[in-house]
Design a protein around this ligand. Structure first.
Ligand code: 9MR
Length: 370
């Protein structure tokens, strides 16, 4: 008899897991917000069939991990290469998804020539403004009516809330932000235009960012939203800070999107909390503890962490336009290479074999208010 009940309960729990896993995220969160992922080339070209399948089943919005960045689109002045970006947009259109453009203005993945004059010295204000305008017009114009939201400016602020001294800032001052939003709006007036940054859960950075956005609004710059990247860790940020980030950003009266969600489960080699890609530390075995497997107890902890975050997102779903994961399966994640190269991270909802993890089920459950 006991054996019968054990078998029955095993069957029931297997059935429960299977049925949770058969619930596509986009259906589950339909009443709350759009749900999406950043795609790499293999996914939107269909070379990674399994990844593409996860995406089309679960997501109704997509972001391009790299193909719309300046170095990919205009590596050489005046020579535009839209081949990959076109495929990305075609994938989104085919599957009737809300397509996001990432990103027009950034300090990373922007070729050196952009900031250089004909004499090899620093470009003049006029020249850089012209390049900014030409690039934005060409890219936003090409996908007019197709890309619904743009990350117009990415990561313009330092963690202490001051302006990042990027080449953009050094040559044009903070005015470059207002210019970028104006050019993007001229190129496609109905598109949602976002400012996008990481670590907005840090009070100082959030304060500085909100101040900067208020300045943009004072300038009548056509900003429509703020993207909070949300590259999280197991122990950071505190859930209260996640919630405060949403409610503070909401005071701006703009759209809010969670644009790059993931949870780093590996030991942090320093107390650095940002997502600046140039930060790098040496690899040591103790920094890579889950190379062979990710233990059940860690799976549960990750599931709980995702559940806590999604409870906040669901509670404030009226404020949130979309929640987008940065990549699809664990194997795709940039966190396998940052801030230490060559580690094995487990930050997402699907494992390396494309199987939904316990975190998937935990996220699904939050949609019903659990
Ligand atoms: O995921 C992207 C990775 O493939 C690139 O090598 C990296 C290079 O800059 O950029 C990653 O995406 C970043 C995004 O564009 C902006 N926010 C931080 C993301 C993770 O670094």
């Amino acid at each position: 008899m006991r054996k019968f009940f054990t078998t029955l309960s095993l069957i029931c729990s297997l059935f429960a897991i299977t049925s949770i896993c058969q619930r596509p995220l986009k259906n589950v969160f339909a009443g709350h917000f759009r749900i999406g992922a950043a795609l790499n080339e293999k996914q939107f070209t269909g070379r990674d069939k399994r990844g593409a399948g996860i995406v089309t089943t679960n997501f109704n919005t997509i972001s391009p991990e790299n193909v719309l960045k300046w170095e990919a689109i205009q590596p050489v002045e005046g020579k535009f290469d839209f081949s990959k970006a076109d495929e990305y947009v075609a994938f989104g259109e085919k599957h009737k998804m809300f397509i996001v453009g990432h990103t027009l203005v950034w300090h990373n993945q922007t070729p050196k020539w952009v900031f250089e004059g004909p004499d090899g010295k620093q470009a003049s204000k006029e020249l850089l403004t012209k390049r900014l305008r030409d690039h934005i017009f060409k890219v936003v114009g090409r996908y007019k009516g197709k890309i619904g939201a743009w990350d117009v400016v990415n990561e313009a602020m330092n963690d202490d809330g001051s302006y990042r001294e990027s080449e953009w800032f050094k040559i044009l001052g903070k005015e470059y932000l207002a210019l970028a939003f104006r050019f993007a709006h001229e190129a496609d007036p109905p598109a949602d235009l976002y400012y996008n940054d990481y670590s907005l859960e840090m009070a100082e950075k959030r304060r500085g960012t909100i101040e900067m956005v208020r300045w943009l609004l004072d300038q009548k710059a056509p900003i429509g939203g703020v993207g909070s990247q949300s590259h999280h860790r197991m122990e950071w940020p505190a859930i209260e800070d996640q919630e405060k980030t949403l409610t503070d950003l909401a005071t701006l009266g703009l759209k809010i999107a969670i644009t790059e969600l993931d949870i780093d489960v590996l030991p942090n080699p320093s107390d650095y909390r940002g997502a600046e890609v140039s930060v790098n530390f040496e690899r040591r075995p103790e920094l890579d503890p889950f190379k062979k497997s990710f233990p059940a107890e860690r799976q549960s902890a990750l599931a709980k962490r995702y559940q806590d975050l999604f409870r906040v997102f669901v509670k404030h779903s009226k404020l949130i336009d979309r929640v987008t994961f940065w990549c699809v399966t664990d194997g795709d994640s940039w966190l396998n290479g940052w801030p230490v190269r060559g580690r094995t991270n487990h930050p997402l909802l699907w494992d390396r074999a494309g199987k939904p993890k316990p975190a998937f089920g935990a996220v699904v459950e939050t949609a019903a208010g659990n």
